[in-house]
Design a protein around this ligand. Structure first.
Ligand code: GLC
Length: 733
């Protein structure tokens, strides 16, 4: 026994000796493993200091140094994190300096911000990006966004949002990556790569945040913040995969959502937050509540007061309290009265400290203070914004190949409220984007068509209202031109948070302008800018061509002009279905089969959506060969290679996205009619063929998730489909 005790002493002494270099405290040493730094720091912290690490407030919009004293009162140097709204790295460093030097332990403050589709270089909204099917460009846009945010003093973005939305009345459909689970998963991984890179400690990298965990997008009626009735099957089959994949890919943080998940709100849901996220998936970072989501538990009827809300949120698994001030108000008393074990506080604090160490904040707490001109809107960044915008736009109609507009000296009438807009074109959550940075449609077209076309412009009408005084001028300009480019759309706040609308229609005044212009008999190219699919039932037939430009960001005008001129060959494909009418929803592609497939649909409108998931036209034409597979029968542990030849039979090079779907026609539970399992976008030169391949791995591509979250691969028949081609194969035990 004595021998053992002696050994332990030697071990303990050696450990301390090894680590205590000079007088530097162990947790301050960059050469010490993070887990040891966390434990060393944690044991030094008081309960008050621990609780402060779980608090998050906003700071910013006021970088007047004379007010720093005021902000001293507003921002405690002990606070764990801020939503940093200032654009000043100098201000951030002043706040950080106080945290590092005026507090007992010198714990750096973590600064977060909503860098959703760019910080100052604003890229297309995520819904638009998801129509590009270019994962590399999306990753690149996140890398650039991270760099610009990092140079401002931000260490953490509340992005990517991977809420799968199927009711486009919900305004936040703009912020996700469309209606498909696999697509959202792949874009989530691309975003995490872009933000976090190989190591978050590296310069210009920031922590990602998967949100909103979970099910927020299924708000009743598409009305934001409402109850969400989520079956276990939907939870596991549709909603969980992007989060599970993101966590396993190293996403640093998660945000708990506002919605009530079938009676247990997401921010008080121990099953999703702890049993699944932390215990089953092993997530060891912090969960931050959405803004006020803890206090809102009272409104949702599961907490009698703020104190109970705080207790429920913390015990369910929410680690950081965003903006409620509940944790700082009540956790101490909750611990002292024995309602909350201090171990749960320690667990939450460990997660926060672990994140700060992983970001390198203890070793590099300050932000380089560089000239603004070197931080934002670099030419190479604008080039990526342009490329991503061009690849996100979707050509929905092109009757008689009226596009591209490349006839010499063509007379173009630019009409509509979007033409000269430089604000709404950036969409919701446009970070610190500025209208002066934006290339509007008119600017882009004038530049692209300089010396090639005569451009005339008339606004026609406002976004909404009933002022028709601009109609006459618009009609005159239309009649004097060879082609009309009519630019209609939504204001940026008609989508995004709290941007739910009862109808996907454009305002009547805009539809009226469309009807007026179409009566001139001139060809009409309809350009649409919106944060959601639009209801086009009354106007799509009036247009000869339709381009969905979404909300494309700072290079929106340049990108649209390049599509219209033919400089860019449109390659966007819809990541979300366009219903013919609002009421046709839900109309997503991967629905389950009806018990009477040809019956029960609406009698008064067409069966299919106006434009389906995966739809989009090009200026060239592709011909798909027959599908081939490496074997008609495989065992569960074997792989199967499917391939298809794509022939560019058109006149110009294009980028084609091949979508690979799997169908499981007979299974122990019903399955969607088809599910996207892989996609690949590649250049196909005119007159040449490209072979696209999909390596089917049963445990990855053929499983279904049951209501308990178990992944099951059953033997039996499966189908692979690409375009209109289908091929069967069998999986055997
Ligand atoms: C908002 C949003 C969330 C955002 C947070 C911080 O309410 O729901 O997506 O990250 O607050 O701004």
């Amino acid at each position: 026994m004595m021998k053992k005790i002696l050994l332990l002493y030697i071990l303990a002494f050696t450990t301390v000796a090894v680590y205590s270099k000079g007088d530097q405290l162990l947790y301050k040493r960059a050469d010490v493993p993070i887990k040891d730094r966390v434990e060393d720091l944690l044991k030094r912290m008081t309960l008050e200091e621990k609780i402060m690490q779980l608090d998050q407030r906003t700071y910013g919009d006021n970088d007047n140094v004379n007010n720093i004293e005021q902000n001293k009162r507003e921002v405690s140097p002990l606070i764990g994190s801020l939503i940093y709204r200032s654009t000043s790295p100098v201000m951030k460093n002043k706040i950080q300096h106080r945290a590092m030097t005026e507090t007992r332990l010198g714990i750096p403050i973590l600064c977060g911000f909503d860098v959703i589709h760019g910080y100052r270089t604003i890229f297309p909204i995520p819904l638009a990006q998801s129509c590009s099917w270019n994962l590399k460009l999306v990753e690149e846009s996140c890398r650039i966004s991270a760099r610009e945010a990092y140079l401002t003093g931000i260490d953490w973005t509340f992005s990517p949002m991977v809420d799968i939305a199927r009711d486009s009345r919900w305004g936040r459909v703009a912020e996700g990556y469309g209606e498909d689970t696999y697509a959202n998963t792949m874009y989530a991984l691309a975003s995490i790569n872009g933000y976090q890179g190989e190591d978050m400690k590296d310069d210009y990298r920031i922590a990602a945040c998967l949100k909103h965990y979970i099910g927020y997008s299924l708000s009743e009626g598409g009305r934001d913040y409402q109850y969400t009735d989520i079956s276990s099957q939907t939870l596991w089959e549709i909603l969980m995969p992007p989060f599970e994949a993101g966590i396993k890919h190293g996403a640093a943080t998660v945000m708990s959502a506002f919605n009530d998940i079938s009676g247990v709100p997401a921010s008080a849901n121990h099953y999703t937050l702890t049993e699944v996220l932390k215990d089953r998936w092993g997530f060891d970072g912090p969960v931050v509540s959405d803004w006020g989501a803890i206090g809102q538990l009272k409104a949702q009827g599961v907490a009698k007061d703020r104190k109970e809300a705080g207790m429920k949120a913390l015990m369910a698994g929410v680690d950081i309290d965003m903006m409620d001030n509940i944790y700082v108000d009540y956790l101490k008393s909750l611990v002292e009265e024995g309602t909350i074990p201090v171990q749960r506080i320690d667990d939450a604090v460990r997660r926060v400290l672990r994140l700060k160490f992983r970001l390198g904040l203890f070793d590099k707490p300050y932000t380089p203070e560089l000239p603004e001109s070197t931080c934002y809107l670099q030419p190479s960044d604008r080039q990526i914004a342009y490329e991503l915008a061009a690849e996100s736009m979707v050509l929905l109609k092109n009757k008689k190949k009226i596009l591209p507009l490349n006839n010499k000296n063509i007379r173009i009438a630019l009409i509509g409220p979007m033409v000269s807009d430089s604000l709404h074109i950036m969409g919701s959550w446009f970070g610190k984007g500025m209208t002066k940075d934006v290339v509007s449609i008119v600017e882009g077209i004038k530049k692209e068509f300089a010396n090639k076309a005569e451009i005339k412009y008339a606004k026609g009408c406002e976004f909404e209202g009933d002022n028709r005084t601009g109609f006459e001028a618009a009609e005159t300009v239309a009649r004097e031109s060879d082609v009309i480019v009519l630019c209609l759309g939504e204001k940026k706040n008609w989508s995004g948070e709290n941007g739910s609308r009862s109808s996907l229609s454009l305002p009547p005044i805009q539809e009226e302008l469309m009807h007026l212009i179409s009566q001139t008999g001139k060809p009409v190219v309809l350009v649409l800018s919106a944060g959601r699919p639009l209801e086009l039932v009354r106007i799509h037939g009036l247009a000869d061509a339709i381009v969905m430009m979404w909300q494309p960001g700072v290079e929106g005008g340049t990108a649209l002009a390049s599509i219209l001129s033919g400089k860019s060959n449109p390659s966007g494909r819809l990541s979300i279905s366009f219903p013919l009418t609002t009421n046709q929803q839900p109309v997503h592609y991967n629905r389950r089969q009806s018990s009477r497939p040809k019956m029960g649909l609406y009698q008064d409108i067409q069966k299919e959506p106006l434009y389906s998931f995966g739809y989009g036209l090009s200026y060239t034409d592709y011909k798909y060969g027959d599908l081939k597979i490496s074997s008609e029968r495989i065992k569960k542990e074997e792989k199967l290679v499917a391939e298809v030849e794509v022939d560019n039979v058109g006149v110009r090079e294009g980028k084609e996205t091949v979508f690979w779907y799997v169908t499981d026609p007979v299974s122990s539970i019903s399955r969607p009619m088809k599910e996207l399992k892989f996609f690949e976008k590649r250049v196909v030169k005119s007159g040449s063929k490209e072979v696209f391949r999909f390596e089917v791995i049963p445990e990855r591509d053929l499983y279904f998730v049951n209501a308990q979250g178990e992944k099951i691969v059953e033997s039996g028949e499966f189908q692979i489909s690409v375009c209109d081609k289908k091929i069967k194969f069998e999986v055997i035990e």
